[in-house]
Design a protein around this ligand. Structure first.
Ligand SMILES: [Zn+2]
Ligand SMILES: [Zn+2]
Length: 246
């Protein structure tokens, strides 16, 4: 760490981004969650561990089996190659996402983004993606919220991967209802044809890493991946902070 940062840490000792408690440890590697989250909050993070679906990342209950595609993914293969999240959407990570999304605590994205980049690289990205893209918000919702949490995460991921960010090619043309308020079938039709690719030549033959905050049913990511694949992308990988395990 450079001396200026060292000084800043003495004057303003780093605190946990979730509970605001001091982080009683020596800093810091970007990408190391424990440099932003205290040990007590970290213990509440529930990691998704093997065995899981190799496509949608859903964890299996039995640990006696190997990773393999789940029944849903075999029956209706998604457009994305893989969609993984490091954590189950519960406990402190759920609070972190809510803080980011509805509390405007945008530093959560800065803190978790580098970790997400490392996770994607180690867990499933075969090589550095050509482009990193956030799941877009509808312009009206963007005006209401003031920021797109997925874009903030994607920016932090891009910085860590030293990659190329594209947040303009894929747009959300249809204003959808928040997925969490809908039934399984409603969720599917809600996001259907919600996304449009503005610049197909930009995604042609590209490996794309799509970034979102939470994987709920996968419908939103799948719709984005559909548009990108139909636009000529080589492959779409998705990474989210957390995954709902239903
Ligand atoms: Zn904490
Ligand atoms: Zn699956």
């Amino acid at each position: 760490m450079n001396p200026l940062n060292q000084l800043a840490h003495i004057i303003y000792p780093p605190r946990c981004i979730l509970c605001n408690d001091f982080l009683w440890r020596a800093p810091f590697d970007a990408g190391d969650v424990s440099s932003s989250v205290c040990q007590s909050c970290l213990r509440g993070f529930n990691a998704i561990e093997a065995p899981f679906c190799t496509i949608c990342g859903k964890p299996f209950n039995s640990d006696a089996i190997e990773n393999h595609p789940c029944e849903d993914c075999l029956r209706t293969p998604p457009y994305f190659q893989a969609a993984y999240a490091p954590y189950r959407y519960e406990g402190p990570i759920l609070e972190a996402v809510l803080k980011l999304k509805y509390g405007g605590k945008t530093f959560v994205a800065d803190a978790m983004g580098p970790y997400l980049a490392d996770f994607a690289r180690m867990r499933f990205m075969p090589e550095k993606p050509h482009i990193i893209m956030p799941v877009p918000l509808h312009p009206k919702r963007l005006r209401e919220r003031g920021f797109n949490q997925s874009l903030l995460l994607a920016k932090a991921v891009t910085a860590k991967l030293n990659g190329k960010l594209d947040f303009l090619s894929l747009i959300r043309a249809k204003k959808t209802i928040p997925q969490t308020t809908l039934s399984k079938n409603e969720r599917k039709t809600n996001v259907q044809d919600a996304f449009v690719l503005k610049n197909p030549s930009g995604v042609l033959k590209k490996n794309i890493l799509l970034v979102d905050d939470v994987f709920t049913t996968g419908n939103t990511l799948n719709e984005c991946a559909k548009v990108l694949m139909q636009g000529g992308a080589e492959a779409v990988f998705c990474v989210t902070l957390a995954r709902a395990v239903l």
